[in-house]
Write a protein that binds this ligand. Sequence first.
Ligand code: SF4
Length: 411
Amino acid sequence: MKNVLVMFSKSDRFFDMTARHETARSGHPARPPANSPIGPTGLRPHRLTEPSPLAPKEIPSSGRRGRGALTNDSGRFEHQARVLTDDGWDIPDAPTPLRTEVTAETARTILTRNTSPDVPFDRSINPYRGCEHGCVYCFARPTHAYMGLSAGLDFESKLFAKPNAATLLAKELSRKGYEPAPIAMGTNTDPYQPIEQTWRITRSVLEVLSDFNHPVTIVTKSVRVTRDLDILSDMAKRNLVKVALSVTTLDAKLARTMEPRASTPAKRMEAMKLLSEAGVPVGVMVAPIIPALNDAEIEKILTGAHYAGAQSAGFVLLRLPLEIKDLFEEWLKENLPDRADRVMSLIRSTRGGKAYDSDFSQRMRGTGPYAWQISRRFELACKKLGLARGGWNVDSSNFRVPGRDKQLELI
Ligand code: SF4
């Protein structure tokens, strides 16, 4: 049971009783949208720059600048809960910057195995824990509780990097009896989140995979993936790689609030175009689709992705396990108060009356008429545009451990 330290009503001024984290409303207005959400992709800007018909005219300020979650409740395994208190002073809040902290950890293994029947891969690599992109709906948030941290602001600001990832990977791939199969990157945290710029762990992992002729699939919300075009295009020639850009909306204002440090929608489209032009098979993931928030944009996103060179498409319906439900609902009420109840009610209608149902048979797609309608629209749009569904066809047959053949020759 949680041990509440102090309980006080919320006000404009808060203190965090543990002095570890402080929560304040920033008061900053949302940044204006970029001039064009499509940028240099050459797409049809007059169609694709339109905001979502369901997006609000102006999205109000939401917590700290550049952060998705509004709060930082204790992790679910903690014995103490942090609470907000009113100190009684009538002094306006000054926005407190929340710095990103990165801790290097020495990982013991790097390949994570998974047996879920509803995901198309059985192994993955996550060079980082936590994700600075800070998408409010991120289903990886609850994993931060295993480190005694919050699924809220901690998840997007207290990050862990695994600098020994490439070395470990080379060791694991060299093990006798290793059976190659596509490795997924970007399944839990984004391999191209901002800290990759300096840590370059994802790149070092790709270098190992390329040396071993090992297939990989990547999902990202960052244009930073194009930094590695050299290695990706080289791997693409050997049918070793496929990249999917995750796009949830073409509305920059909505994206800015919902996924504050991910690339703008225009930049993600630009990344697709650059990858495609470099010969890298590219797809689009519309993930997550959120009823009454971005589902009206399905056809537009797919059309934009098609013109940017995407060959395939996939989607996931919003999932709200564990702490995410409260974080998301809190964000909705703060940012879209007039629509919050409707969104939550539709979400429940796609999950048999609950906010979330983890049953494998419907975890990704939902159930009920609204979920069916979304699936149907998605399928029809893909068919019309010639976008393949799924299709992570990469080649595992040329896997080799560098140097091993030479050693055999010398025996
Ligand atoms: S980019 Fe992906 S991993 Fe990162 S916060 Fe967003 S949804 Fe989560």
